[in-house]
Write a protein that binds this ligand. Structure first.
Ligand SMILES: [Zn+2]
Length: 245
């Protein structure tokens, strides 16, 4: 399975916003300013020195990423959005970890750290699943329309054999709308508008292009699911509508 990562432009935009928050401008483990590293396990920003320290603790305790040099998955980025230094600080203090500058091994193996990590990861999953639920509802609606359209198509073929097979209008999958044409061109992709003019033959067609650069994490996941579904739909359509020899 391909591991999805958030496009660089989107990642940078997210971090720009997050790093503008006062609490995120100071390392979560020490008083150093302008942290450019993070623990995606705890959703906190840390300085280079403390990143090194956390890395030595092992990935079973904390997963360290560079804000600007590493690739980030939607899950990891979501943890930073939902977490943040302020929220972690309040949680740790409320749960008895008063000294946030204490030894990292003690801090991150504490029961407070464990419960916070579990809580945050659960929220990340729920947040990403929420996007998936919306996606599924959309799918159901599309499927229904497709079914009706296919039914009409089959009826039409029985009456008029040898006639040109034309897919019902409105069947085309909507590609994610997040990029303008110039942006797409920049990535060497065909704008979806042009593609729409030749979607009338039920031969297996390529999945809609997945514009990069400005997709949100949820949309990116959605795009992958959509294209998987699109190829499945195409297969099904071409099998069921092919006439016997
Ligand atoms: Zn630090």
């Amino acid at each position: 399975m391909v591991v999805l990562t958030v496009p660089v432009a989107e990642r940078r935009a997210v971090f720009k916003k997050l790093l503008a928050l006062p609490d995120n401008r100071v390392c979560f483990d020490c008083p150093q300013k302008k942290p450019m590293w993070a623990s995606s396990t705890f959703g906190v920003f840390i300085c280079l020195d403390c990143a090194g320290g956390q890395r030595r603790l092992g990935t079973h305790l904390t997963f360290v990423r560079s804000v600007d040099m590493d690739e980030w998955t939607p899950e990891q980025l979501e943890a930073m959005k939902l977490g943040g230094n302020k929220r972690a600080r309040l949680y740790f203090r409320d749960n008895g970890v008063m000294d946030l500058h204490q030894r990292q091994d003690l801090k991150y193996s504490s029961s407070t750290a464990k419960t916070y990590r579990t809580k945050l990861q659960r929220e990340v999953q729920a947040s990403l699943d929420k996007g998936t639920v919306l996606e599924k509802e959309q799918t159901k609606k599309e499927k229904k329309e497709e079914g009706d359209g296919l039914h009409r198509l089959m009826q039409g073929l029985e009456v008029e054999k040898g006639g040109e097979e034309v897919l019902p209008k409105g069947k085309k999958e909507e590609p994610p709308r997040a990029t303008s044409a110039p942006e797409l061109a920049e990535y060497g992709k065909t704008p979806p508008e042009e593609e729409g003019e030749k979607v009338s033959v039920p031969t297996p067609k390529k999945a809609p292009p997945e514009p990069k650069g400005t997709l949100s994490a949820g949309m990116l996941l959605g795009a992958q699911r959509r294209s998987a579904r699109a190829s499945w739909t195409t297969r099904r359509t071409s099998t069921s509508s092919s006439r016997s020899p």
